[in-house]
Design a protein around this ligand. Sequence first.
Ligand SMILES: NCc1[nH]cc(CCC(=O)O)c1CC(=O)O
Length: 310
Amino acid sequence: MSIRIGTRGSQLALWQAHHVEKKLQDAGYATEIVTIETKGDKILDVSISKIGSKGVFTEEIEAQLENGQIDIAVHSAKDMQSTLPEGFELIAFMEREKPNDVIISHKKNLQMNGTTPFVLGTSSTRRVATLKHLMPAIETTPVRGNLQTRIRKMKEGACDALLLAYAGVHRMGYEDMIVCEMPLNMFIPAVGQGSVAIEVHESLENKKSEAIRSILNHETTEQCIRAERSFLKVVDGGCSIPVFALAQIEDNQLSIEGGIISLDGSDKRVKKFSGEIKASEELGRQLAEEILSSGGERILKEIKNKINEK
Ligand SMILES: NCc1[nH]cc(CCC(=O)O)c1CC(=O)O
């Protein structure tokens, strides 16, 4: 009996699906990859924050999970909304890569010391706001599309450099273009960044689901991302809100650092909580509540108003 693996068709998504396929095959399973086009793949001329609807990259895939055309769906963990539609769940988080953001460029002599102006391409509100906070002199411009498209646009002159997740750059083999790695304490990543998540529908046989989980899940990564996702769920931002959180485990303790930043980068709330690993989700909730009650709620409201104006 073969495991049918659903995925989007971008090169990054396919890399992730093949990564999953290899692990399942090594464990003795036959597999099949099913490529599914989503609304988010079709609409390329509008920024995601303007499409706005939840699940633009997941709806078509979830339809196939529900009717059993595929057994599992492979996603970048960070692309998954904090609350899945009724009946769906994430059963595994694969071992996380370095979660950092990085700047890549095709220009070998790119100067980032402020002496020569340069334009950085990114469509992420989190990245734009964090840049404005840390390096207000840097100009940004929205660049959309999959990784290959963005790199092509950069080379055609849309921007001098791109700000991206290390994980995607690494998986696609563009590491030699990295000019700067953002430090984790200053540039906290998006929830789930760097890990691949496995989604199923409740109609999948329990035995199958458990077998797949035991092959693909990475315990430490799972605890960390469950903490981050529980933070995200309380903040309830949606994908275009600049929130961020990173959990890490050290000496049997889980610590989670995260917060929210205003769109213009002027107002930022960051806090850190640590505790027992088994309290991961509680720690995420605590972080969210503390961020919201210490000014985050007002920042969030302002951001939502601004986004709705557009
Ligand atoms: N938003 C798109 C997206 N979703 C996952 C990744 C990278 C891979 C990952 O974080 O696991 C990317 C590209 C990027 O943000 O640079």
